[in-house]
Design a protein around this ligand. Sequence first.
Ligand SMILES: [Zn+2]
Length: 319
Amino acid sequence: MTKIFQIETFSTFQVYNNENVCEKGDFNMQQNNYGRPAGRSGRKRRVKKRRRTIRPRAIVLGVVILIIIAVAIGWKSMSRSDTEEEKQSSVQSELPGSSVDGEVQQSASSTDESVPQSEPSADGNAQPSETAVDGAASDSEPDIEVVDGLTYVNGILIANKSYSLPADYNPGVLPEAQSAFDEMAEGAAKDGIKLYIASGFRSYDYQAGLYQRYVERDGAEMADTYSARPGHSEHQTGLAFDLNEISDAFAGTPEAEWLAEHAHEYGFIIRYPADKEDITGYSYEPWHVRYLGKETAEKVYESGLCLEEYLGIDSVYAD
Ligand SMILES: [Zn+2]
């Protein structure tokens, strides 16, 4: 728009100049389409004759030019303030956790985890939810809450080497995790991928027996890299599944690749990613998925972090 005004201004100016002022070639745009070559003779008279009519016209032109310039300047400053406003609002939306986002995040994860009577106070809520929204948990303290022996970090139920579950916590596979898996299996089938649950819920006692067998076979130090001690298994939350083949051979199969690419779309994350052993406390398990709900799973996936990094917690046995 401003450009058009400028062009108009300029050409009007040229017409004015060609007719009236530029006789000595000092105006370097003289040779343009607007200028009519006039014979030398008779020019003076024509110019003289015109002066009378041109003066008022020149004034009018001048005024018009001034108006155009004024409008152009007005337009320019207006569009600049628009841009600034846009910038400001986009900055604002990027700020970690406007209260709305925080609330959505909190309530979503509460639902996802089906936390019974664990509505934390609004005050305790705001801070960690903001953090979770950004995925930059490491910058601020995670909100850790223990309800009936269950540890929630930013509203997410956690079972790892640092945080355990009560021995009598026996929820079974939670329905929302089951239906999310069913949906995922359906989606995978459409892509020609068959997914099935090899291991779902595991009770404290079952895990105790499992871990004991691994210790006897490989020793405690080795067993701790791939098997959880009783009370520390994510399978006891009812929100984790081992899919298809529980073995290193699963890595790199079309099923494992499909899972790594699509699990988050159904609310799951690959809980123990490769190269995160030092942080999760477990070696790479491409078959082990954890249900977080679509919103949170998507955020964790996008962050490229493992859950411990995402929440700003560790996974280390106390002893
Ligand atoms: Zn597992």
